[in-house]
Design a binder for this molecule. Structure first.
Ligand SMILES: Cc1cc2nc3c(=O)[nH]c(=O)nc-3n(C[C@H](O)[C@H](O)[C@H](O)COP(=O)(O)O)c2cc1C
Length: 190
């Protein structure tokens, strides 16, 4: 199994960074091959520009996008690790989706409408929140995120979300509770 970790957090001291390190360690120990795209670390440009549209029209992909698409082509399972910001993914990751999951690569359209092209790819989502789980359920945020991210984005491209894991209320729980979350992650099979 070939994994691609797509990681979106600017702070190397963050909880998300600790998640990324544990996931990398788990994959290594299990003998899986993986690569990590740290979107802030590589300075990924998230802006879908007018020039991108011109390049697409010429039947080509911008160089930085082709590189990211090759990483995806080369992997079976994509693991996205990111916090929830404004009930969505961080803007850098949203821009990655805008630019990398392009027409002709991630989806196409025929007489029956749009269809996904990444049907062989599996997706694992690991997310952290500031909000408590009970509020995510009570106010429908969890379902809204499932609809827009799991169905509306990855499902649209034909990808199968095989796992979605939230670690809730990360900034407001105790250090021990955060440690427990990381221990739980170590026990989850990817
Ligand atoms: C710009 C920004 C927007 C945020 N928006 C939300 C939000 O919409 N819902 C939520 O539950 N938490 C929100 N948070 C809190 C983060 O999700 C939380 O701090 C993060 O998941 C904790 O992980 P970290 O320590 O790795 O950053 C936001 C934080 C930031 C910085």
């Amino acid at each position: 199994m070939k994994y691609l970790i797509i990681y979106a957090h600017p702070n190397p001291k963050s909880f998300n960074h600790a998640i990324k390190e544990i996931v990398e360690e788990k994959l290594s120990k299990a003998g899986n091959s993986f690569q990590t795209r740290d979107l802030y670390g590589i300075g990924f440009n998230p802006e879908l520009s007018a020039n991108d549209f011109v390049t697409w029209k010429q039947g080509k992909a911008p160089v930085d996008i082709k590189r990211e698409q090759d990483y995806i082509r080369n992997s079976d399972t994509l693991i996205f690790i990111h916090p929830i910001w404004w009930f969505n993914m961080p803007a850098i990751l949203k821009g990655y989706i805008d630019r990398v999951f392009s027409y002709g690569f991630a989806y196409a359209v025929n007489e029956n409408g749009p269809y996904g092209l990444l049907t062989e790819k599996k997706v694992i989502l690991i997310n952290t929140t500031g909000g408590a789980e009970e509020n995510y359920v009570k106010y429908g945020y969890k379902e809204a995120l499932r609809k827009t991210i799991e169905e509306g984005t990855f499902g649209f491209c034909g990808m199968k979300v095989i796992m979605q894991k939230y670690f809730y209320a990360v900034p407001s729980v105790t250090d021990q509770a955060r440690e427990k979350m990381l221990e739980e992650l170590k026990g989850i099979s990817l």
